[in-house]
Design a protein around this ligand. Sequence first.
Ligand code: 5GP
Length: 116
Amino acid sequence: MSEETIFSKIIRQEIPTPLLYQDDLVTAFRDIAPRVESHILIVPNKVIPTINDVTEQDELTLGRMVTVAKRLAKDEGIDENGYRLIINCNEHGGQEVYHIHMHLLGGQPLGSMLSV
Ligand code: 5GP
């Protein structure tokens, strides 16, 4: 079994964090250190450390992450103006928590895609 991170404790509500969405596959909650007006994390309930560890068995879960992101963007009222979805991978990708998660970022203009 892959090593758990703080996200597993949030998913099981062992660390109380308001959940914006949860079903059998994914959980969503606000980022603890929001970089923009609206910053939500969409996380698979199962521990998958990085995108490099994804298999075909995870395709339903990854698809669910996108449909939940779309739904939450509408709930946040940011769907019409637009938003950005990001999944970081490993060191060069800037990944800090080794349980994959999709960042939903919006609520303001996000500028150019990258600053390196
Ligand atoms: P990464 O850099 O791995 O793509 O993003 C990890 C994100 O998780 C960061 O934006 C960070 O602020 C967020 N984060 C880390 N620990 C916690 C936590 O305990 N609760 C919440 N809600 N977000 C967290």
